[in-house]
Design a protein around this ligand. Structure first.
Ligand SMILES: [Zn+2]
Length: 391
């Protein structure tokens, strides 16, 4: 029983540390006394946990605002000045590397956008170079890297299993490989689940237990929080709404190898194909988005048709998961003021009315880079102690 008596106090101490980190993450800077009160532990216990977190560089002391009388106590906050994490977004139409403080705030002038390389070694090389530049910031320790990847990933092993629009990452472990090149701890997050984390920590989903994020781009991703927990599935593959069949026979080929998937009729590529048919020439996604931004009325029919198909996916999410809010990321919605109303109208037609009652469809404010940052920070708090996932 020697081991039990030895590890048990240590485990309890680590759970306290993790709890304090979560309190600071959720509520912002506060005094030591408030940390103890808010986290519900005794002041001596809180003090011990705070000392451990300070020495690990995860939190720091900051001068409080001026008060009229007396000497105010310093405030504790997640490390902002002396520690950072990196967020890395790998995506089919571009990659991003960003450095952020542990409270999730991106540093100024610390975002690098790079075109997606055409091979896995070239991708790693590009990302390593950009990360190294951000790590070199003097006086700042980089504690972890979060890597966001589209498609199916295996949460247990950090393996990219199948990314329909980025096949060269299939069977690869991009976070582990990049972490080894940089000499840093790195974690992989499925991109839509990352946006969920970002929406919960930095966006409009704070305090929501049931919500979903639908991310429309080259593909269509879905992240779901149900009962305050992320929906993961047996092997981390839950939420692949982009690959439900919409056109059973004769549909367009999808990157997953199937035909007629939701992505083939409702993602940005499907819209670009509709614009191409209208104009009688090849139109790539960036040009289609530019055309919409400049003259949305000219493409009303193509926009409405895309919204009608996307509504099938949105209605399925509302019917299946009964969320309080569905957050939507869509470049068409950003460029065309008429897209969201058209989508709402089409969704209302396809959703069971009681499930739609009280459910909001809102533009997402969480982003993929924030998702990668949130994953890195969650990885740090998990490293302090495993347990109930508070995010
Ligand atoms: Zn598919």
């Amino acid at each position: 029983m020697k081991s039990l008596t030895h590890w048990r106090p240590q485990l309890v101490g680590r759970l306290n540390e993790r709890h304090i980190l979560c309190v600071l993450q959720a509520l912002g800077p506060m005094s030591r006394a408030e940390v103890a009160r808010r986290s519900g532990v005794s002041p001596p216990t809180a003090s011990k946990a705070v000392a451990s977190l300070l020495s690990a560089g995860l939190i720091e002391e900051v001068a409080p605002p001026e008060v009229s009388r007396g000497r105010p106590a310093p405030l504790l906050r997640l490390a902002v000045e002396r520690a950072q994490v990196l967020g890395v977004v790998i995506d089919a139409d571009g990659c991003t590397v960003v450095a952020a403080a542990l409270d999730g705030t991106p540093h100024a002038h610390a975002t690098r956008d790079v075109p997606t390389a055409s091979s896995y070694p070239a991708l790693l090389d590009d990302l390593r170079r950009d990360c190294a530049e951000l790590i070199a910031r003097p006086g700042v320790a980089t504690l972890a890297v979060g890597v966001s990847l589209p498609g199916l990933i295996d949460d247990r092993t950090g393996l990219g299993v199948l990314s329909p629009n980025l096949h060269f990452t299939d069977g690869k472990t991009p976070a582990r490989d990049l972490g080894e090149l940089l000499g840093l701890d790195a974690v992989l997050v499925q991109e839509s689940r990352g946006i969920c984390l970002a929406e919960r920590l930095y966006g409009q989903a704070g305090g929501l237990k049931d919500f979903a994020v639908i991310d429309v781009g080259v593909g269509i991703g879905l992240g779901v929080f149900s009962g305050g927990r992320p929906l993961i599935g047996q092997t981390g593959h839950a939420g692949e709404i982009g690959h439900i069949t919409i056109v059973p026979d004769g549909g367009a080929a999808c990157g997953c190898g199937n035909t007629g998937c939701l992505e083939t009729v409702a993602a940005d590529g499907a819209f670009a194909a509709r614009v191409a048919r209208k104009l009688g020439r090849v139109v790539a996604i960036p040009e289609a988005l530019d055309l919409v931004a400049a003259r949305p009325a000219d493409f009303r029919g193509e926009l409405d048709e895309t919204a009608r198909y996307l509504a099938i996916g949105v209605a399925a999410v509302v019917n299946l998961f009964n969320p309080a809010t569905v957050f939507l990321q869509s470049r068409l919605m950003e460029r065309d003021p008429g897209f969201l109303p058209a989508l709402l109208a089409a969704t209302a037609k396809r959703t069971l009315p009681p499930a739609l009652t009280g459910c909001r469809l809102l533009p997402a404010t969480g982003t993929k880079p924030q998702g990668a940052i949130a994953a890195a920070i969650r990885h740090l708090t998990n490293a302090v102690a495993h347990g109930h996932d508070p995010v």
